[in-house]
Design a protein around this ligand. Structure first.
Ligand code: ADP
Ligand code: MG
Length: 306
Protein backbone atom coordinates (compact mmCIF):
# COMPACT_ATOMS: atom_id res chain seq x y z
CA UNK A 1 0.00 0.00 0.00
CA UNK A 2 3.01 2.31 -0.19
CA UNK A 3 3.78 2.31 -3.89
CA UNK A 4 2.28 5.22 -5.85
CA UNK A 5 -0.29 4.30 -8.51
CA UNK A 6 -0.69 7.89 -9.66
CA UNK A 7 1.80 10.72 -9.26
CA UNK A 8 0.52 14.24 -9.81
CA UNK A 9 3.16 16.97 -10.00
CA UNK A 10 2.73 20.75 -10.17
CA UNK A 11 -0.55 20.37 -12.00
CA UNK A 12 -1.98 23.64 -13.31
CA UNK A 13 -5.19 24.34 -15.21
CA UNK A 14 -6.17 27.85 -16.21
CA UNK A 15 -9.47 28.44 -17.99
CA UNK A 16 -9.50 31.58 -20.14
CA UNK A 17 -11.95 34.28 -19.13
CA UNK A 18 -13.33 35.99 -22.21
CA UNK A 19 -15.50 39.01 -22.86
CA UNK A 20 -17.62 39.70 -25.95
CA UNK A 21 -19.74 37.36 -28.03
CA UNK A 22 -18.58 37.78 -31.61
CA UNK A 23 -15.03 38.99 -31.00
CA UNK A 24 -14.06 37.07 -27.90
CA UNK A 25 -11.31 38.83 -26.06
CA UNK A 26 -9.32 37.07 -23.40
CA UNK A 27 -9.52 39.19 -20.29
CA UNK A 28 -7.91 36.87 -17.78
CA UNK A 29 -7.90 33.30 -16.51
CA UNK A 30 -9.59 31.23 -13.81
CA UNK A 31 -6.86 29.45 -11.88
CA UNK A 32 -8.97 26.32 -11.36
CA UNK A 33 -5.98 24.16 -10.38
CA UNK A 34 -2.90 26.04 -9.36
CA UNK A 35 0.18 23.87 -8.81
CA UNK A 36 -1.10 20.70 -7.18
CA UNK A 37 1.15 17.73 -6.29
CA UNK A 38 0.20 14.47 -4.61
CA UNK A 39 0.44 10.68 -4.97
CA UNK A 40 -2.38 8.18 -4.91
CA UNK A 41 -0.99 5.02 -3.30
CA UNK A 42 -2.01 1.60 -4.52
CA UNK A 43 -4.88 0.18 -2.46
CA UNK A 44 -5.64 3.34 -0.50
CA UNK A 45 -8.56 5.72 -0.49
CA UNK A 46 -7.32 9.25 -0.89
CA UNK A 47 -10.01 11.79 -0.08
CA UNK A 48 -10.01 15.22 -1.65
CA UNK A 49 -12.08 17.73 0.25
CA UNK A 50 -12.72 21.43 -0.14
CA UNK A 51 -15.43 23.96 -0.79
CA UNK A 52 -17.36 24.06 -4.05
CA UNK A 53 -15.27 25.65 -6.78
CA UNK A 54 -11.88 24.89 -5.20
CA UNK A 55 -10.78 22.74 -8.15
CA UNK A 56 -11.57 19.15 -7.13
CA UNK A 57 -13.42 18.11 -10.28
CA UNK A 58 -10.90 19.84 -12.53
CA UNK A 59 -8.09 17.92 -10.80
CA UNK A 60 -9.95 14.64 -11.41
CA UNK A 61 -10.60 15.47 -15.06
CA UNK A 62 -6.94 16.35 -15.57
CA UNK A 63 -5.92 13.03 -14.03
CA UNK A 64 -8.24 11.16 -16.41
CA UNK A 65 -6.96 13.26 -19.30
CA UNK A 66 -10.47 14.50 -20.02
CA UNK A 67 -8.78 17.91 -19.89
CA UNK A 68 -5.35 19.02 -21.06
CA UNK A 69 -3.34 20.60 -18.27
CA UNK A 70 -1.85 24.07 -18.70
CA UNK A 71 1.32 22.61 -17.15
CA UNK A 72 2.48 19.86 -14.82
CA UNK A 73 2.55 16.08 -15.14
CA UNK A 74 0.41 13.07 -14.33
CA UNK A 75 2.06 9.66 -14.11
CA UNK A 76 0.05 6.46 -14.00
CA UNK A 77 1.98 3.33 -12.92
CA UNK A 78 5.15 5.29 -13.61
CA UNK A 79 4.17 6.27 -17.15
CA UNK A 80 3.81 9.94 -18.05
CA UNK A 81 0.28 10.19 -19.46
CA UNK A 82 0.16 13.98 -19.55
CA UNK A 83 0.48 14.33 -23.29
CA UNK A 84 -0.62 10.97 -24.66
CA UNK A 85 -2.63 11.14 -27.86
CA UNK A 86 -6.14 9.78 -28.06
CA UNK A 87 -5.32 6.26 -29.17
CA UNK A 88 -2.53 5.89 -26.64
CA UNK A 89 -5.03 6.83 -23.92
CA UNK A 90 -7.10 3.66 -24.38
CA UNK A 91 -5.34 1.66 -21.62
CA UNK A 92 -5.72 4.61 -19.23
CA UNK A 93 -9.42 4.84 -20.08
CA UNK A 94 -9.70 1.24 -19.03
CA UNK A 95 -7.72 1.48 -15.82
CA UNK A 96 -9.26 4.64 -14.44
CA UNK A 97 -13.03 4.88 -14.08
CA UNK A 98 -15.15 7.67 -12.73
CA UNK A 99 -18.41 7.79 -10.78
CA UNK A 100 -20.26 11.10 -10.74
CA UNK A 101 -22.72 12.85 -8.47
CA UNK A 102 -25.82 12.50 -10.58
CA UNK A 103 -26.20 9.01 -12.01
CA UNK A 104 -29.36 10.03 -13.83
CA UNK A 105 -27.58 12.45 -16.11
CA UNK A 106 -24.72 10.02 -16.75
CA UNK A 107 -27.01 7.07 -17.64
CA UNK A 108 -28.64 7.12 -21.06
CA UNK A 109 -32.41 7.02 -20.36
CA UNK A 110 -33.12 5.19 -23.64
CA UNK A 111 -30.73 2.31 -22.95
CA UNK A 112 -31.50 -0.71 -20.80
CA UNK A 113 -29.42 -1.30 -17.71
CA UNK A 114 -27.89 -4.30 -19.46
CA UNK A 115 -26.75 -2.16 -22.37
CA UNK A 116 -25.43 0.57 -20.07
CA UNK A 117 -23.37 -1.75 -17.89
CA UNK A 118 -22.20 -3.70 -20.96
CA UNK A 119 -21.15 -0.61 -22.92
CA UNK A 120 -17.54 -0.62 -21.65
CA UNK A 121 -17.17 -4.22 -22.92
CA UNK A 122 -18.43 -3.15 -26.34
CA UNK A 123 -16.04 -0.19 -26.51
CA UNK A 124 -13.01 -2.26 -25.55
CA UNK A 125 -14.11 -5.31 -27.62
CA UNK A 126 -14.54 -7.65 -24.65
CA UNK A 127 -17.12 -10.31 -23.75
CA UNK A 128 -18.22 -10.54 -27.39
CA UNK A 129 -21.48 -12.33 -28.16
CA UNK A 130 -24.89 -11.86 -26.65
CA UNK A 131 -24.80 -14.63 -24.04
CA UNK A 132 -21.30 -14.09 -22.63
CA UNK A 133 -22.00 -10.37 -22.37
CA UNK A 134 -25.33 -10.88 -20.62
CA UNK A 135 -23.70 -13.22 -18.14
CA UNK A 136 -20.85 -10.79 -17.45
CA UNK A 137 -23.30 -7.92 -16.94
CA UNK A 138 -25.56 -9.95 -14.66
CA UNK A 139 -22.58 -10.95 -12.56
CA UNK A 140 -21.69 -7.28 -12.15
CA UNK A 141 -25.29 -6.48 -11.22
CA UNK A 142 -25.12 -9.09 -8.48
CA UNK A 143 -21.82 -7.72 -7.22
CA UNK A 144 -23.30 -4.27 -6.69
CA UNK A 145 -26.53 -5.55 -5.12
CA UNK A 146 -28.88 -5.20 -8.09
CA UNK A 147 -31.31 -7.91 -9.10
CA UNK A 148 -29.81 -9.51 -12.27
CA UNK A 149 -33.33 -10.16 -13.53
CA UNK A 150 -33.73 -6.40 -13.99
CA UNK A 151 -31.30 -6.55 -16.90
CA UNK A 152 -33.87 -5.23 -19.39
CA UNK A 153 -35.18 -2.36 -17.30
CA UNK A 154 -34.51 1.33 -17.93
CA UNK A 155 -32.80 3.81 -15.58
CA UNK A 156 -36.06 5.59 -14.65
CA UNK A 157 -37.35 2.33 -13.20
CA UNK A 158 -34.71 2.46 -10.47
CA UNK A 159 -34.33 4.60 -7.34
CA UNK A 160 -31.47 7.10 -6.92
CA UNK A 161 -29.39 4.67 -4.88
CA UNK A 162 -29.97 1.85 -7.36
CA UNK A 163 -28.98 4.13 -10.22
CA UNK A 164 -25.72 4.85 -8.44
CA UNK A 165 -25.25 1.06 -8.19
CA UNK A 166 -25.70 0.87 -11.97
CA UNK A 167 -23.02 3.52 -12.42
CA UNK A 168 -20.72 1.59 -10.06
CA UNK A 169 -21.31 -1.67 -11.98
CA UNK A 170 -20.42 0.10 -15.22
CA UNK A 171 -17.26 1.50 -13.61
CA UNK A 172 -16.26 -2.00 -12.43
CA UNK A 173 -16.83 -3.71 -15.79
CA UNK A 174 -13.26 -3.32 -17.05
CA UNK A 175 -11.65 -4.21 -13.71
CA UNK A 176 -10.04 -0.80 -13.24
CA UNK A 177 -7.11 -0.05 -10.96
CA UNK A 178 -8.42 3.32 -9.87
CA UNK A 179 -11.94 4.60 -9.34
CA UNK A 180 -12.46 8.32 -9.02
CA UNK A 181 -15.70 9.00 -7.17
CA UNK A 182 -16.61 12.67 -7.60
CA UNK A 183 -19.41 13.65 -5.18
CA UNK A 184 -20.68 10.11 -5.75
CA UNK A 185 -23.14 10.13 -2.85
CA UNK A 186 -23.78 13.87 -2.54
CA UNK A 187 -27.22 13.70 -4.18
CA UNK A 188 -28.47 10.77 -2.07
CA UNK A 189 -30.41 10.63 1.20
CA UNK A 190 -28.23 9.97 4.23
CA UNK A 191 -29.45 6.37 4.76
CA UNK A 192 -28.86 5.55 1.09
CA UNK A 193 -25.47 7.27 1.25
CA UNK A 194 -24.38 4.84 3.96
CA UNK A 195 -25.41 1.85 1.83
CA UNK A 196 -23.47 3.07 -1.18
CA UNK A 197 -20.41 3.93 0.92
CA UNK A 198 -20.49 0.42 2.41
CA UNK A 199 -20.80 -1.07 -1.05
CA UNK A 200 -17.77 0.92 -2.23
CA UNK A 201 -15.78 -0.30 0.78
CA UNK A 202 -16.75 -3.94 0.13
CA UNK A 203 -15.83 -3.64 -3.54
CA UNK A 204 -12.49 -2.08 -2.64
CA UNK A 205 -11.68 -5.07 -0.46
CA UNK A 206 -12.91 -7.67 -2.97
CA UNK A 207 -11.31 -6.12 -6.05
CA UNK A 208 -8.28 -4.43 -4.44
CA UNK A 209 -9.34 -1.09 -5.81
CA UNK A 210 -7.70 2.25 -5.27
CA UNK A 211 -10.06 5.17 -4.73
CA UNK A 212 -9.78 8.87 -5.20
CA UNK A 213 -12.79 9.97 -3.22
CA UNK A 214 -13.84 13.56 -3.88
CA UNK A 215 -16.45 15.38 -1.85
CA UNK A 216 -17.26 18.71 -0.27
CA UNK A 217 -18.79 16.68 2.59
CA UNK A 218 -16.22 16.34 5.34
CA UNK A 219 -18.10 13.61 7.21
CA UNK A 220 -18.33 11.43 4.11
CA UNK A 221 -14.66 11.93 3.22
CA UNK A 222 -13.65 11.13 6.77
CA UNK A 223 -15.65 7.86 6.71
CA UNK A 224 -14.05 6.70 3.49
CA UNK A 225 -10.45 7.92 3.45
CA UNK A 226 -7.12 6.55 4.60
CA UNK A 227 -5.53 9.89 3.73
CA UNK A 228 -7.14 13.25 3.08
CA UNK A 229 -5.99 16.11 0.84
CA UNK A 230 -7.52 19.51 1.46
CA UNK A 231 -7.91 21.95 -1.43
CA UNK A 232 -8.57 25.66 -1.29
CA UNK A 233 -8.77 27.96 -4.30
CA UNK A 234 -6.94 25.65 -6.67
CA UNK A 235 -4.18 24.77 -4.22
CA UNK A 236 -3.58 21.72 -2.09
CA UNK A 237 -3.14 23.19 1.37
CA UNK A 238 -2.69 20.01 3.41
CA UNK A 239 -2.37 16.25 2.99
CA UNK A 240 -2.07 13.61 5.69
CA UNK A 241 -3.67 10.59 7.28
CA UNK A 242 -7.38 10.99 7.96
CA UNK A 243 -6.73 11.05 11.71
CA UNK A 244 -4.00 13.64 11.46
CA UNK A 245 -5.92 15.97 9.17
CA UNK A 246 -9.06 15.59 11.26
CA UNK A 247 -7.59 15.80 14.76
CA UNK A 248 -4.37 17.75 14.26
CA UNK A 249 -4.77 19.89 11.17
CA UNK A 250 -1.66 21.93 10.48
CA UNK A 251 -3.05 24.38 7.99
CA UNK A 252 -5.21 27.32 9.14
CA UNK A 253 -7.71 26.79 6.35
CA UNK A 254 -8.09 23.10 7.25
CA UNK A 255 -8.64 24.05 10.89
CA UNK A 256 -11.41 26.43 9.93
CA UNK A 257 -12.98 23.89 7.59
CA UNK A 258 -13.04 21.10 10.16
CA UNK A 259 -14.10 23.37 13.00
CA UNK A 260 -17.45 23.70 11.20
CA UNK A 261 -18.22 19.96 11.30
CA UNK A 262 -20.82 19.07 13.95
CA UNK A 263 -19.53 17.03 16.89
CA UNK A 264 -21.84 14.71 18.85
CA UNK A 265 -20.12 15.48 22.17
CA UNK A 266 -21.64 18.71 23.60
CA UNK A 267 -18.48 19.69 25.48
CA UNK A 268 -16.37 19.32 22.34
CA UNK A 269 -19.05 21.24 20.47
CA UNK A 270 -18.67 24.20 22.84
CA UNK A 271 -14.90 24.06 22.38
CA UNK A 272 -15.36 23.97 18.62
CA UNK A 273 -17.70 26.94 18.79
CA UNK A 274 -15.08 28.95 20.63
CA UNK A 275 -12.49 27.79 18.12
CA UNK A 276 -14.66 28.95 15.22
CA UNK A 277 -15.15 32.33 16.82
CA UNK A 278 -11.39 32.66 17.26
CA UNK A 279 -10.71 31.69 13.65
CA UNK A 280 -13.31 34.11 12.33
CA UNK A 281 -11.80 36.88 14.39
CA UNK A 282 -8.35 36.05 13.04
CA UNK A 283 -9.76 36.02 9.53
CA UNK A 284 -11.33 39.41 10.02
CA UNK A 285 -8.16 40.89 11.46
CA UNK A 286 -6.23 39.40 8.57
CA UNK A 287 -3.92 37.07 10.49
CA UNK A 288 -5.27 33.97 8.69
CA UNK A 289 -6.86 33.81 5.25
CA UNK A 290 -10.00 31.79 5.93
CA UNK A 291 -13.10 31.70 3.79
CA UNK A 292 -15.60 29.68 5.74
CA UNK A 293 -19.19 28.79 5.02
CA UNK A 294 -20.70 30.31 8.13
CA UNK A 295 -22.21 27.60 10.28
CA UNK A 296 -22.10 29.43 13.56
CA UNK A 297 -25.76 29.14 14.62
CA UNK A 298 -26.57 26.11 16.78
CA UNK A 299 -28.27 23.33 14.87
CA UNK A 300 -27.72 25.01 11.54
CA UNK A 301 -24.61 23.03 10.79
CA UNK A 302 -24.83 20.10 8.47
CA UNK A 303 -21.23 19.09 8.12
CA UNK A 304 -20.86 20.34 4.58
CA UNK A 305 -18.95 23.27 3.25
CA UNK A 306 -20.94 23.90 0.09
N1 ADP B 1 -14.75 24.39 -18.33
C1 ADP B 1 -14.55 25.43 -17.52
N2 ADP B 1 -14.42 26.69 -18.00
C2 ADP B 1 -14.21 27.73 -17.19
N3 ADP B 1 -14.09 27.65 -15.85
C3 ADP B 1 -14.22 26.44 -15.30
C4 ADP B 1 -14.45 25.26 -16.09
N4 ADP B 1 -14.54 24.18 -15.25
C5 ADP B 1 -14.36 24.67 -14.00
N5 ADP B 1 -14.16 26.01 -14.01
C6 ADP B 1 -13.91 26.86 -12.85
O1 ADP B 1 -12.79 26.33 -12.16
C7 ADP B 1 -12.98 26.42 -10.75
C8 ADP B 1 -12.89 25.04 -10.14
O2 ADP B 1 -14.03 24.28 -10.52
P1 ADP B 1 -14.23 22.75 -10.12
O3 ADP B 1 -12.97 22.01 -10.43
O4 ADP B 1 -15.47 22.30 -10.77
O5 ADP B 1 -14.42 22.85 -8.54
P2 ADP B 1 -15.05 21.81 -7.51
O6 ADP B 1 -15.20 20.48 -8.19
O7 ADP B 1 -14.09 21.79 -6.36
O8 ADP B 1 -16.37 22.37 -7.09
C9 ADP B 1 -14.32 27.12 -10.55
O9 ADP B 1 -14.07 28.49 -10.38
C10 ADP B 1 -15.04 26.84 -11.84
O10 ADP B 1 -15.97 27.85 -12.11
MG1 MG C 1 -16.91 19.27 -8.41
Amino acid sequence: MSEPLVEVRDLVKHFPLTRGIVFQKKVGAVHAVDGVSFDVLRGETLGIVGETGCGKTTTARLMMRLLEPTSGTVRFEGEDVTHLRKRALKPLRRQVQMIFQDPYSSLNPRKTVGAIIGAPFAIQGLEEGKEPRRRAVQELMEQVGLNPEHYNRYPHEFSGGQRQRIAIARALALEPELIIADEAVSALDVSIQAQILNLLKDLQRDFRLTYLFISHDLAVVRTMSDRIAVMNQGKLVEIGTADQVYHQPRDEYTKALFAAVPVPDPRRQRERKAERARLRLEARTGSAPVALADGSGDGSENGTVA
